[in-house]
Design a protein around this ligand. Structure first.
Ligand SMILES: NC(=O)c1ccc[n+]([C@@H]2O[C@H](COP(=O)([O-])OP(=O)(O)OC[C@H]3O[C@@H](n4cnc5c(N)ncnc54)[C@H](OP(=O)(O)O)[C@@H]3O)[C@@H](O)[C@H]2O)c1
Length: 323
Protein backbone atom coordinates (compact mmCIF):
# COMPACT_ATOMS: atom_id res chain seq x y z
CA UNK A 1 0.00 0.00 0.00
CA UNK A 2 2.78 2.44 0.85
CA UNK A 3 4.05 2.07 -2.73
CA UNK A 4 0.60 2.64 -4.16
CA UNK A 5 0.19 6.03 -2.48
CA UNK A 6 3.59 7.29 -3.66
CA UNK A 7 3.52 10.80 -5.03
CA UNK A 8 3.70 10.82 -8.80
CA UNK A 9 1.66 7.65 -9.08
CA UNK A 10 -1.42 7.62 -11.30
CA UNK A 11 -4.91 7.84 -9.85
CA UNK A 12 -8.35 8.21 -11.40
CA UNK A 13 -11.17 10.50 -10.21
CA UNK A 14 -14.67 9.89 -11.62
CA UNK A 15 -17.01 12.83 -12.23
CA UNK A 16 -14.01 15.16 -12.38
CA UNK A 17 -15.97 18.34 -13.13
CA UNK A 18 -18.18 18.07 -10.03
CA UNK A 19 -17.94 20.14 -6.86
CA UNK A 20 -16.18 17.63 -4.57
CA UNK A 21 -14.16 15.98 -7.35
CA UNK A 22 -12.73 19.31 -8.56
CA UNK A 23 -11.33 20.09 -5.10
CA UNK A 24 -9.98 16.56 -4.80
CA UNK A 25 -8.22 16.84 -8.15
CA UNK A 26 -6.77 20.23 -7.19
CA UNK A 27 -5.38 18.66 -4.01
CA UNK A 28 -4.01 15.56 -5.75
CA UNK A 29 -2.31 17.65 -8.45
CA UNK A 30 -0.73 19.90 -5.82
CA UNK A 31 0.72 16.80 -4.15
CA UNK A 32 2.30 15.48 -7.32
CA UNK A 33 -0.19 12.82 -8.36
CA UNK A 34 -0.92 12.20 -12.03
CA UNK A 35 -4.70 12.24 -12.40
CA UNK A 36 -7.06 10.63 -14.88
CA UNK A 37 -10.31 12.58 -14.59
CA UNK A 38 -13.51 11.23 -16.13
CA UNK A 39 -16.25 13.53 -17.44
CA UNK A 40 -19.26 12.83 -19.60
CA UNK A 41 -18.72 15.78 -21.93
CA UNK A 42 -15.11 16.95 -22.15
CA UNK A 43 -16.10 19.85 -24.41
CA UNK A 44 -18.75 21.21 -22.02
CA UNK A 45 -17.94 24.62 -20.59
CA UNK A 46 -18.89 23.36 -17.10
CA UNK A 47 -15.64 21.35 -17.07
CA UNK A 48 -13.45 24.22 -18.32
CA UNK A 49 -12.17 25.07 -14.80
CA UNK A 50 -10.23 21.80 -14.66
CA UNK A 51 -7.75 23.04 -17.27
CA UNK A 52 -6.90 26.02 -15.07
CA UNK A 53 -5.90 23.99 -12.02
CA UNK A 54 -2.24 24.22 -11.11
CA UNK A 55 -0.19 21.40 -12.73
CA UNK A 56 -3.21 20.37 -14.85
CA UNK A 57 -1.38 20.85 -18.13
CA UNK A 58 1.26 18.25 -17.23
CA UNK A 59 -0.56 15.99 -14.80
CA UNK A 60 -4.28 15.90 -15.56
CA UNK A 61 -5.61 13.74 -18.37
CA UNK A 62 -9.31 13.98 -19.14
CA UNK A 63 -11.22 10.85 -20.21
CA UNK A 64 -14.70 10.88 -21.70
CA UNK A 65 -16.65 8.31 -19.69
CA UNK A 66 -20.19 7.55 -18.62
CA UNK A 67 -20.75 5.47 -15.51
CA UNK A 68 -23.11 3.23 -17.44
CA UNK A 69 -20.53 2.49 -20.12
CA UNK A 70 -18.13 -0.09 -18.68
CA UNK A 71 -15.50 0.19 -21.39
CA UNK A 72 -15.24 3.95 -21.05
CA UNK A 73 -14.59 3.54 -17.32
CA UNK A 74 -12.09 0.74 -17.88
CA UNK A 75 -10.07 2.93 -20.26
CA UNK A 76 -9.80 5.61 -17.57
CA UNK A 77 -8.78 3.34 -14.67
CA UNK A 78 -6.24 1.26 -16.65
CA UNK A 79 -2.74 1.86 -15.30
CA UNK A 80 -4.02 3.55 -12.13
CA UNK A 81 -2.75 2.67 -8.65
CA UNK A 82 -5.82 4.11 -7.02
CA UNK A 83 -9.32 5.19 -8.00
CA UNK A 84 -11.59 7.76 -6.38
CA UNK A 85 -15.17 7.09 -7.33
CA UNK A 86 -16.89 10.42 -6.75
CA UNK A 87 -19.45 10.59 -9.57
CA UNK A 88 -23.08 10.02 -8.68
CA UNK A 89 -26.16 12.10 -9.49
CA UNK A 90 -26.95 14.76 -6.85
CA UNK A 91 -30.10 16.55 -8.06
CA UNK A 92 -31.09 19.82 -6.35
CA UNK A 93 -34.74 18.68 -6.21
CA UNK A 94 -36.84 15.61 -6.94
CA UNK A 95 -36.58 14.04 -10.38
CA UNK A 96 -39.41 12.54 -12.48
CA UNK A 97 -37.87 9.11 -12.93
CA UNK A 98 -35.66 8.35 -9.92
CA UNK A 99 -34.97 4.69 -10.82
CA UNK A 100 -33.39 5.73 -14.11
CA UNK A 101 -31.99 9.14 -13.20
CA UNK A 102 -30.64 8.33 -9.74
CA UNK A 103 -30.59 4.70 -8.73
CA UNK A 104 -29.21 3.20 -11.92
CA UNK A 105 -26.19 5.49 -12.32
CA UNK A 106 -25.42 5.30 -8.60
CA UNK A 107 -25.70 1.52 -8.32
CA UNK A 108 -24.72 0.24 -11.75
CA UNK A 109 -22.15 3.02 -12.02
CA UNK A 110 -20.47 1.99 -8.78
CA UNK A 111 -20.41 -1.66 -9.79
CA UNK A 112 -18.99 -0.78 -13.21
CA UNK A 113 -16.22 1.22 -11.55
CA UNK A 114 -15.43 -1.60 -9.13
CA UNK A 115 -15.41 -4.28 -11.83
CA UNK A 116 -13.15 -2.12 -13.99
CA UNK A 117 -10.84 -1.65 -10.98
CA UNK A 118 -10.62 -5.42 -10.45
CA UNK A 119 -9.81 -5.94 -14.10
CA UNK A 120 -7.17 -3.19 -14.04
CA UNK A 121 -5.74 -4.49 -10.73
CA UNK A 122 -6.17 -1.16 -8.96
CA UNK A 123 -4.65 -1.12 -5.46
CA UNK A 124 -7.34 0.78 -3.56
CA UNK A 125 -10.68 2.33 -4.43
CA UNK A 126 -12.08 5.16 -2.34
CA UNK A 127 -15.81 5.59 -2.85
CA UNK A 128 -17.53 8.82 -1.92
CA UNK A 129 -20.75 7.61 -0.34
CA UNK A 130 -22.77 9.94 1.91
CA UNK A 131 -24.25 10.50 5.33
CA UNK A 132 -27.42 9.87 3.30
CA UNK A 133 -26.42 6.18 3.31
CA UNK A 134 -26.00 6.28 7.10
CA UNK A 135 -28.51 8.35 8.97
CA UNK A 136 -31.94 7.71 7.42
CA UNK A 137 -32.86 5.07 9.95
CA UNK A 138 -35.96 5.49 12.13
CA UNK A 139 -34.87 2.60 14.35
CA UNK A 140 -31.65 4.26 15.50
CA UNK A 141 -32.23 5.63 19.05
CA UNK A 142 -32.64 9.42 18.82
CA UNK A 143 -30.42 10.08 21.84
CA UNK A 144 -27.57 7.95 20.49
CA UNK A 145 -24.83 9.50 18.36
CA UNK A 146 -24.77 7.94 14.89
CA UNK A 147 -21.56 6.15 13.89
CA UNK A 148 -20.48 4.02 10.93
CA UNK A 149 -22.43 0.96 12.13
CA UNK A 150 -25.69 2.69 11.20
CA UNK A 151 -27.17 2.16 7.73
CA UNK A 152 -30.05 4.07 6.18
CA UNK A 153 -33.20 1.98 5.95
CA UNK A 154 -33.99 1.36 2.27
CA UNK A 155 -37.71 0.93 2.80
CA UNK A 156 -37.87 4.08 4.90
CA UNK A 157 -36.05 6.03 2.15
CA UNK A 158 -38.38 4.61 -0.47
CA UNK A 159 -41.61 5.31 1.40
CA UNK A 160 -40.43 8.86 2.12
CA UNK A 161 -39.60 9.33 -1.56
CA UNK A 162 -36.05 10.09 -0.60
CA UNK A 163 -34.52 8.62 -3.72
CA UNK A 164 -31.15 10.27 -3.31
CA UNK A 165 -30.70 8.57 0.08
CA UNK A 166 -31.96 5.33 -1.41
CA UNK A 167 -29.51 5.53 -4.33
CA UNK A 168 -26.51 6.20 -2.09
CA UNK A 169 -27.51 3.44 0.36
CA UNK A 170 -27.91 0.70 -2.23
CA UNK A 171 -24.77 1.80 -4.08
CA UNK A 172 -22.61 1.67 -0.96
CA UNK A 173 -24.12 -1.58 0.30
CA UNK A 174 -23.57 -3.27 -3.04
CA UNK A 175 -20.02 -1.94 -3.17
CA UNK A 176 -19.27 -3.70 0.12
CA UNK A 177 -20.85 -6.91 -1.16
CA UNK A 178 -18.68 -6.71 -4.25
CA UNK A 179 -15.53 -6.05 -2.21
CA UNK A 180 -16.24 -9.03 0.02
CA UNK A 181 -16.73 -11.31 -2.96
CA UNK A 182 -13.81 -10.02 -5.05
CA UNK A 183 -11.22 -9.07 -2.43
CA UNK A 184 -10.88 -5.57 -3.95
CA UNK A 185 -9.56 -3.07 -1.37
CA UNK A 186 -12.24 -0.41 -0.91
CA UNK A 187 -12.81 2.34 1.65
CA UNK A 188 -15.85 4.62 1.77
CA UNK A 189 -16.13 8.24 2.91
CA UNK A 190 -19.57 9.48 3.93
CA UNK A 191 -19.75 13.29 4.04
CA UNK A 192 -22.63 15.26 5.51
CA UNK A 193 -23.78 18.51 3.81
CA UNK A 194 -20.74 19.84 1.95
CA UNK A 195 -20.27 23.62 1.78
CA UNK A 196 -17.40 25.94 0.90
CA UNK A 197 -16.22 27.72 -2.24
CA UNK A 198 -16.82 26.20 -5.66
CA UNK A 199 -14.20 25.71 -8.35
CA UNK A 200 -16.83 25.02 -11.01
CA UNK A 201 -19.03 27.80 -12.46
CA UNK A 202 -22.51 26.33 -11.96
CA UNK A 203 -23.89 25.86 -8.46
CA UNK A 204 -24.20 22.24 -7.34
CA UNK A 205 -27.04 20.97 -5.12
CA UNK A 206 -25.38 21.38 -1.70
CA UNK A 207 -24.11 24.89 -2.47
CA UNK A 208 -27.66 25.79 -3.49
CA UNK A 209 -28.82 24.93 0.05
CA UNK A 210 -26.72 27.78 1.43
CA UNK A 211 -27.38 30.13 -1.49
CA UNK A 212 -31.14 29.71 -0.97
CA UNK A 213 -30.79 30.28 2.75
CA UNK A 214 -29.14 33.61 1.91
CA UNK A 215 -31.48 34.86 -0.78
CA UNK A 216 -34.80 33.03 -0.83
CA UNK A 217 -36.46 34.82 2.13
CA UNK A 218 -38.46 31.73 3.19
CA UNK A 219 -41.58 32.61 5.23
CA UNK A 220 -40.99 29.75 7.64
CA UNK A 221 -38.32 27.11 7.93
CA UNK A 222 -37.83 24.02 10.10
CA UNK A 223 -35.16 24.58 12.71
CA UNK A 224 -33.41 21.28 12.02
CA UNK A 225 -29.99 20.12 13.15
CA UNK A 226 -27.59 20.57 10.22
CA UNK A 227 -24.40 18.61 9.81
CA UNK A 228 -21.85 20.51 7.77
CA UNK A 229 -18.37 19.90 6.41
CA UNK A 230 -16.09 22.02 4.22
CA UNK A 231 -15.42 20.76 0.69
CA UNK A 232 -11.67 21.29 1.14
CA UNK A 233 -11.72 19.16 4.29
CA UNK A 234 -13.69 16.47 2.43
CA UNK A 235 -10.96 16.40 -0.23
CA UNK A 236 -8.35 15.97 2.53
CA UNK A 237 -10.39 13.14 4.07
CA UNK A 238 -10.65 11.30 0.77
CA UNK A 239 -6.90 11.60 0.18
CA UNK A 240 -6.16 10.58 3.77
CA UNK A 241 -8.11 7.31 3.62
CA UNK A 242 -6.40 6.54 0.33
CA UNK A 243 -2.90 7.15 1.64
CA UNK A 244 -3.23 5.53 5.08
CA UNK A 245 -2.72 1.79 4.68
CA UNK A 246 -4.58 1.13 7.94
CA UNK A 247 -7.76 2.89 6.74
CA UNK A 248 -10.64 0.41 6.52
CA UNK A 249 -14.42 0.37 6.25
CA UNK A 250 -16.65 3.43 6.29
CA UNK A 251 -15.74 6.92 7.48
CA UNK A 252 -18.32 9.54 8.40
CA UNK A 253 -16.96 12.94 7.35
CA UNK A 254 -18.68 15.79 9.18
CA UNK A 255 -17.38 18.74 11.16
CA UNK A 256 -20.11 20.98 12.60
CA UNK A 257 -23.55 20.33 14.02
CA UNK A 258 -25.71 23.42 14.18
CA UNK A 259 -29.43 24.26 14.17
CA UNK A 260 -30.53 26.19 11.07
CA UNK A 261 -31.59 29.20 13.15
CA UNK A 262 -28.14 29.43 14.77
CA UNK A 263 -26.52 29.09 11.36
CA UNK A 264 -28.60 31.99 10.07
CA UNK A 265 -27.63 34.00 13.16
CA UNK A 266 -23.92 33.56 12.41
CA UNK A 267 -24.44 34.54 8.77
CA UNK A 268 -26.58 37.54 9.70
CA UNK A 269 -23.89 38.89 12.05
CA UNK A 270 -21.35 38.90 9.21
CA UNK A 271 -23.71 39.65 6.31
CA UNK A 272 -26.77 41.50 7.65
CA UNK A 273 -28.30 42.38 4.28
CA UNK A 274 -29.33 39.10 2.72
CA UNK A 275 -32.87 37.77 2.48
CA UNK A 276 -32.86 35.24 5.34
CA UNK A 277 -35.79 33.02 6.44
CA UNK A 278 -38.37 35.11 8.28
CA UNK A 279 -39.30 32.60 10.98
CA UNK A 280 -38.52 29.12 12.27
CA UNK A 281 -40.57 26.28 13.63
CA UNK A 282 -39.16 23.46 15.73
CA UNK A 283 -37.97 20.61 13.52
CA UNK A 284 -37.80 16.86 14.07
CA UNK A 285 -35.43 15.60 16.73
CA UNK A 286 -32.42 14.32 14.79
CA UNK A 287 -29.50 12.26 16.08
CA UNK A 288 -26.01 13.64 16.15
CA UNK A 289 -23.36 12.29 13.79
CA UNK A 290 -19.76 11.50 14.74
CA UNK A 291 -16.53 11.71 12.74
CA UNK A 292 -14.47 10.28 15.56
CA UNK A 293 -13.17 7.39 13.45
CA UNK A 294 -11.89 9.74 10.73
CA UNK A 295 -10.32 12.04 13.32
CA UNK A 296 -8.49 9.09 14.87
CA UNK A 297 -6.93 8.57 11.43
CA UNK A 298 -5.57 12.12 11.59
CA UNK A 299 -8.30 14.17 9.88
CA UNK A 300 -8.81 17.78 10.93
CA UNK A 301 -11.37 20.36 9.89
CA UNK A 302 -11.53 24.14 9.67
CA UNK A 303 -13.84 26.41 11.68
CA UNK A 304 -17.41 26.86 10.41
CA UNK A 305 -17.06 30.64 10.04
CA UNK A 306 -14.22 30.18 7.57
CA UNK A 307 -16.37 27.85 5.47
CA UNK A 308 -19.31 30.27 5.50
CA UNK A 309 -17.29 33.38 4.69
CA UNK A 310 -15.33 31.66 1.91
CA UNK A 311 -18.62 30.33 0.48
CA UNK A 312 -20.40 33.69 0.48
CA UNK A 313 -17.40 35.50 -1.01
CA UNK A 314 -17.22 32.84 -3.73
CA UNK A 315 -20.96 33.12 -4.52
CA UNK A 316 -20.60 36.91 -4.78
CA UNK A 317 -17.65 36.58 -7.12
CA UNK A 318 -19.58 34.08 -9.26
CA UNK A 319 -22.51 36.49 -9.50
CA UNK A 320 -24.84 34.15 -7.59
CA UNK A 321 -25.33 36.68 -4.77
CA UNK A 322 -25.32 40.45 -4.71
CA UNK A 323 -22.70 42.19 -2.53
N1 LIG B 1 -22.25 17.88 -1.87
C1 LIG B 1 -22.69 17.20 -0.81
O1 LIG B 1 -23.27 17.80 0.12
C2 LIG B 1 -22.42 15.74 -0.69
C3 LIG B 1 -22.62 15.14 0.57
C4 LIG B 1 -22.38 13.77 0.69
C5 LIG B 1 -21.96 13.03 -0.39
N2 LIG B 1 -21.78 13.64 -1.59
C6 LIG B 1 -21.34 12.80 -2.71
O2 LIG B 1 -20.22 13.40 -3.31
C7 LIG B 1 -20.17 13.05 -4.70
C8 LIG B 1 -19.99 14.31 -5.52
O3 LIG B 1 -21.09 15.17 -5.31
P1 LIG B 1 -21.01 16.73 -5.57
O4 LIG B 1 -21.62 17.40 -4.42
O5 LIG B 1 -19.65 17.08 -6.01
O6 LIG B 1 -22.07 16.88 -6.78
P2 LIG B 1 -21.90 17.34 -8.29
O7 LIG B 1 -21.10 18.57 -8.38
O8 LIG B 1 -23.29 17.37 -8.83
O9 LIG B 1 -21.10 16.14 -8.94
C9 LIG B 1 -21.70 14.95 -9.33
C10 LIG B 1 -20.88 14.36 -10.46
O10 LIG B 1 -21.39 13.10 -10.84
C11 LIG B 1 -21.35 13.02 -12.24
N3 LIG B 1 -22.31 12.05 -12.79
C12 LIG B 1 -23.63 11.93 -12.51
N4 LIG B 1 -24.16 10.94 -13.24
C13 LIG B 1 -23.17 10.44 -14.00
C14 LIG B 1 -23.06 9.40 -14.98
N5 LIG B 1 -24.12 8.67 -15.37
N6 LIG B 1 -21.87 9.16 -15.57
C15 LIG B 1 -20.79 9.88 -15.24
N7 LIG B 1 -20.81 10.87 -14.32
C16 LIG B 1 -21.98 11.14 -13.71
C17 LIG B 1 -21.67 14.42 -12.71
O11 LIG B 1 -21.21 14.58 -14.02
P3 LIG B 1 -21.92 15.60 -15.02
O12 LIG B 1 -21.27 16.91 -14.72
O13 LIG B 1 -21.56 15.07 -16.37
O14 LIG B 1 -23.38 15.61 -14.74
C18 LIG B 1 -20.88 15.24 -11.69
O15 LIG B 1 -19.55 15.40 -12.11
C19 LIG B 1 -21.46 12.28 -4.99
O16 LIG B 1 -21.18 10.90 -4.94
C20 LIG B 1 -22.37 12.67 -3.83
O17 LIG B 1 -23.34 11.69 -3.56
C21 LIG B 1 -22.00 14.98 -1.77
Amino acid sequence: MAKMAEKGSIVCVTGAGGYVASWLIKLLLSEGYNVHGTVRNPGDDKNAHLRNLENAAEKLKIFKADLLDFNSILAAVKGCHGVFHVASPVPPSSVPNPEVELVEPALKGTLNVLKACSEAKVGRVVIVSSAAAIGMNPNWPKDQVIDETCWSDREYCRTNNNWYCFSKTVAEAEAWQYAKKSGLDIVTVCPSLVLGPMLQHTANASSLVLIKLLKEGYEEMENNLRKIVDVRDVAEAIKLVYEKPEAEGRYICTAHMIKTQDLVQILREIYPNYNYPKSFKEGKKLSELSSEKLQRLGWKYRPLKETLVDSVENYKQAGLLHS
